[in-house]
Design a protein. Sequence first.
Length: 342
Amino acid sequence: MIIKSISLNNFRCHESFTFDFKKKTSVIVGENGSGKTSILEAIYEAACGKSFRAVDADILKRDMDYYRIELLYLNGEKTIVVYGDDGNGGIKKNFLVGGKKYLRLPKKYRYPIVLFLPDDLHLISSSPTRKREFFDRIVAEFYDTYSTVLNRYEKALKQRNDLLKQCAEYSEEVVSQMIFSWNVMLSKYGTEIREKRKKVVEEINQRLTETYRSIAKNQDEVFVEYKINDGECSESEYLKKLEMSLRRDLILGHTSFGVHRDSYEFLFNGTDANGSASRGEVRSIILALKFIEAQLIFEKNGKKPIVLLDDVFSELDETRQKSLTRNFKDNQVIITSVEVSE
């Protein structure tokens, strides 16, 4: 699928905006703060069904009562996203595609995207939360239900944490009874999330060193370790650990065990890449991850993902720029930049 054009109304800073894309590589040029990233955000939302960085209320241009995205593909297919007043005093978002209206973008109308943000270049030294977000976005591309399961886990986690704060003065026995159903949900969804994360990391690791070497032209080894909080466990063991951590959780006021505390570590020649890998080596690792992501997507569903590069091309040296161009030569690539590259 190739994007032909996009039109925006009241989307962030864009009151009215239209852009026509090329079949291969398009460059959107503008000063910082001019709304370049917002264009990529709109593409992502119309193609994948949600924003990669905000909720709808934050996207809506100030003092406006609706926003609209119209994404037109080269084959004539079109996706329209409208967020605003539903006519009954409420706010609603609709996806108009294939002549029908939906509250969520159906799977058959979604198109895969590989997103490359400036923050991704600092992934190795980033927080556990940032790393989970990075890999969760990849995992969601391979498992249709992953985002739903993750969302249900997060809602159950919030409910449990709220109860821990509200019931700190109750006895452990009483609180245990009150949060049991949330423990069961966290155990069910948590073990499913872990299994899917592990499988995707295994797939990545099977290719990571070879792909990295093709970029860096050396014999270094790279490995992603999925670090599980408090060790591997079955669903029943997960439930037991939640129950055993109740006293500590009441003191802390939040849930101290679970997949929301898992993390990822990058190993470079067997040691932590954060500190042992140079700036250039780190960037080669991130490039390798992006190339593998695109490969796995194509192998899974036969679709060449659209590649969105948000102001990262200029952050790479000539060797890595050429590697990026070479590996994505068969994809439609949309780049934002503060200046046009020579």
